[in-house]
Ligand binder design. Structure first.
Ligand code: M6R
Length: 611
């Protein structure tokens, strides 16, 4: 949560900060601010609400602000203190010479604040971050060295942070550091950049250096100095980023979410590429480094994830148990980390995360790693903190996902689970999965067929957009699809949507049904088809407004369902990878019709870096 960016060089810093914040907006968007050094004075500009409010302030003061060639910026997702101007970053100290931006949570801020107040520091905000500004200013007063001041401050700070600091007397120095929050430096010619994430840098440089926990980096226009918390120099490892700026464009679509939904056929092709070449060849998954003999003998697998990634994990459980007969537990990371988990070196622990920066999942995999488990990470960000914890790393190659609502990363995670489950089954020598392999290869065409009929889903969305509640029902391997359909709808339209296993309906939720409740049945051909059909009859008998999502061509369904979303025929085992597409579109069109902020829904952020 929160995005930070810093620039030092020879260009107008404000332009680079604003661009950087715009590309980091997915990380939080309830307030924002910048600090620049204008003619030897640190000036702060801050605004509550969306980034546009800050842009308006900057526009009015542009002639003054644009004189600065150094600056730091911040986009906030509030944790401590409401999203007001006072609480927006950057924060400063009494003398106003130090400015700090921060992503994370300073856990001991209350003690630090009391100590600093007793020394005469006056606080202007309710944030944990302001303590850092005062602390660094105090240390600078003692050392007259900004790097040393930041280093000494980090010795006293507990919690998670990525920090960027500037000082009024040092118009060409930024000091940055991190612990359990992402930070990347971009290296330019006569200029350097620092940010929470690559999108803020990529249009200026592809040469990057990832900062590790407890390292402190000092940037000037022409130099980078890297030390650890004990003041030892650290070797600088630079790499070329494989990203193209075009990935951050909407490419003519109204929203990133719609663009990302349409990218899914190619995402499936990408994930399969090089791993599944032909139906009579085994899946190649070199990324799994666990010894084949150990893989054969695994007695248990645990999968930890949150949100949409958790739903992909639930499909993964179904596949691995079905093909390999290995018991798989799936648990939200946020629950896993607060109980006694039975994990050891014979357990494979899989962490799933689009961003690779979700704090709960990072903690969960670290916890399992400390008990000796092999850690397999499935992520869209092989450059992330979580990826660096991996013994085996499966990058899902969905490309950058900007919309807060995950779509293409979900399909990429699903396909990765299909490949993993087939690979494990082949290692165990337990089953012939050539039919499934064939279906995987032709899946992109089926998704394209669904996308070609998106106007039908748009019509349906308009019909149901004003309902206050929604129920999604399914059974078996599509129960996670029901959960995911409901999550998509609630997060971007704020409609109260819930996914239930269809069999559970009669154990309570059926009491809610009447003609004000749409029930969407995920009715894919297979062994639970008839059961879901009966559950749908039961719902219809309570006057619920029935919608079917099906690959069946049975015309009798027209009597039971008011509306039917038809998708191409597909095997039950692969159906989650197709059935989710219309549900993403339904959520998108309802949100768009209601005039909601599709790509940046309220109260959410793309990476949740707090526990
Ligand atoms: O980056 P991660 O996959 O670890 O993120 C997990 C959830 O925060 C994420 O899936 C969230 O639920 C999305 N907004 C869902 O669309």
């Amino acid at each position: 949560m929160c995005g930070i960016v810093g620039y030092v060089g020879n260009k107008k810093a404000v332009d680079i900060l604003v661009d950087g914040l715009t590309s980091l907006e997915y990380r939080g968007y309830d307030s924002s601010g910048i600090a620049v050094n204008v003619e030897g004075k640190v000036e702060l500009f801050k605004a509550a609400g969306k980034l546009q409010n800050l842009k308006n302030i900057i526009e009015k003061n542009y002639s003054e602000i644009s004189k600065s060639t150094i600056g730091i910026g911040h986009i906030r997702w509030a944790t401590h203190g409401a999203p007001t101007v006072e609480n927006a970053h950057p924060h400063s100290c009494n003398c106003g010479k130090v400015a700090v931006v921060h992503n994370g949570i300073i856990e001991n801020y209350k003690e630090l604040r009391a100590k600093l107040e007793s020394k005469g520091c006056t606080f202007r905000s309710q944030t944990d971050t302001e303590t850092v500004a005062h602390l660094v200013a105090t240390k600078y007063g003692e050392t007259h060295d900004l790097t040393e001041a930041v280093r000494l401050a980090t010795k006293e700070i507990e919690g998670a942070y990525a920090l960027c600091v500037i000082h009024q007397d040092l118009p060409d120095i930024i000091v940055a550091t991190r612990r359990n929050a992402p930070l990347v430096v971009g290296l330019g010619e006569g200029e350097n950049f620092v940010a929470s994430d690559v999108p803020a840098l990529i249009q200026y440089t592809k040469k990057a250096m990832y900062i590790e926990d407890n390292q402190i980096v000092t940037l000037t226009p022409d130099s980078i100095k890297l030390i650890d918390i004990d003041n030892n120099p650290v070797e600088q490892k630079t790499e070329m980023l494989p990203w193209e700026p075009v990935a951050l464009s909407k490419m003519g679509y109204k929203h990133f979410m719609l663009k990302e939904i349409h990218e899914q056929p190619d995402v499936v092709r990408n994930v399969l590429s090089g791993k599944l070449r032909a139906i009579d060849e085994n899946v190649i998954l070199k990324e799994v480094t666990l010894d084949r003999e150990k893989l054969k003998d695994l007695s248990r697998i645990q999968i930890v994830a949150c949100g949409t990634s958790l739903h992909a994990a639930l499909v993964g459980k179904y596949l691995i148990e079905e093909f390999c007969g290995i018991p798989v537990d799936v648990e939200p990371s946020s629950e896993y980390i607060y109980r006694k988990t039975i994990t050891d070196k014979n357990t494979l622990v899989i962490g799933v995360s689009q961003s690779g920066e979700t704090a709960d999942t990072i903690t969960a995999v670290r916890q399992a790693k400390s008990k000796g488990s092999h850690i397999l990470i499935i992520t869209n960000r092989p450059d992330s903190t979580m990826a660096r914890e991996a013994d085996s790393l499966i990058p899902v190659n969905a490309g950058i996902e900007v919309s807060v609502a995950a779509t293409k990363s979900y399909i990429a995670q699903l396909i990765s689970f299909y490949l993993l489950a087939i690979y494990m089954a082949e290692v165990k020598g337990v089953t012939d999965l050539s039919d499934l392999k064939h279906e995987l290869i032709i899946l992109p065409q089926k998704i394209e067929k669904v996308l070609a009929h998106k106007e039908d889903i748009q019509k349906l969305a308009r019909k149901f957009a004003n309902f206050k509640d929604f129920i999604f029902i399914a059974r078996g391997i599509n129960f996670p699809t029901a959960l995911e359909g409901a999550l998509k709808l609630k997060e971007i339209s704020y409609i109260n949507a819930t996914g239930y296993t269809a069999g559970e309906l009669k154990h309570g939720p059926i009491a809610m049904l009447d003609d004000s409740m749409p029930v969407l049945s995920i009715l894919m051909s297979g062994k639970v088809y008839d059961k879901i059909l009966s559950n749908s009859e039961e719902a219809k008998a309570r006057n619920a407004r029935m919608i079917a999502l099906t690959d069946s061509t049975d015309t009798k369904l027209d009597e039971l369902f008011e509306c039917i979303i038809r998708v191409p025929e597909i095997s039950e085992i692969l159906s989650p990878a197709l059935a989710v597409i219309p549900l993403q579109l339904l959520a998108y069109y309802i949100s768009e019709f209601l005039g909601k902020d599709v790509d940046q829904p309220r109260n959410l952020a793309k990476s949740v870096t707090v526990e």
